[in-house]
Design a protein around this ligand. Structure first.
Ligand SMILES: [Zn+2]
Length: 182
């Protein structure tokens, strides 16, 4: 558990330091057999301690209150067999773009190489299933006006897709500004 806890803490610190989440925003989980370990409700990803990680197993009561996004994480693990870890963040340029389009198409090399097209799914009552289905085909998906959900082999990999997406979204943003001014 120690190294997994270290991974949660280091990835959480990086997410916060990179401005990919607000002080109490975002959440993360790792698949554990039939269950998962998820950050607790209201935890600060930039300052996670061991007590902020909640183990959720079928048929047993968790020891602390898990993230409000627990059902989304569970839907993702059920739908996407590749998902060993999930990172949910609030990358601001990607969120802005998600409010004006049905997908985000990176124009920079890294975004094109790693992500291709990033779908945007609506924030409605079916979001858990729509999101989980989209994550079968894609490494990262944006819920419109809310944030990104990335799946990876590890939290580090899910962090990578999140930071690649935000860099691509910022480049798209700059490109729009340049085109308007030239
Ligand atoms: Zn959120």
């Amino acid at each position: 558990m120690t190294s997994l806890s270290d991974e949660f803490q280091q990835v959480g610190r990086d997410l916060y330091a990179a401005g990919l989440v607000s002080s109490h925003g975002g959440n993360m989980s790792v698949r554990q057999g039939e269950g998962l370990i998820v950050t607790s409700h209201g935890s600060r990803l930039g300052h996670l301690a061991d007590g902020d990680l909640v183990e959720v197993r079928p048929g047993s009561e968790p020891r602390a209150e898990p993230s409000m996004d627990l059902a989304l994480h569970q839907a993702i693990y059920a739908a996407a067999s590749e998902a060993e870890a999930v990172v949910h963040a609030h990358p601001r340029h990607a969120i802005a773009l998600s409010l004006v389009g049905k997908e985000i198409r990176p124009q920079d090399l890294e975004g094109q190489h790693y992500l291709g097209v990033v779908p945007v799914v609506p924030r409605d009552e079916d979001v858990a299933q729509t999101l989980a289905d989209a994550l079968r085909q894609h490494k990262i998906v944006v819920v419109a006006g809310h944030g990104s959900y990335a799946r990876g082999e590890s939290l580090w990999q899910a962090l990578q897709w999140t930071s690649v997406l935000e860099e691509s979204a910022e480049v798209l943003w700059l490109l729009r500004a340049l085109r308007q001014n030239t």
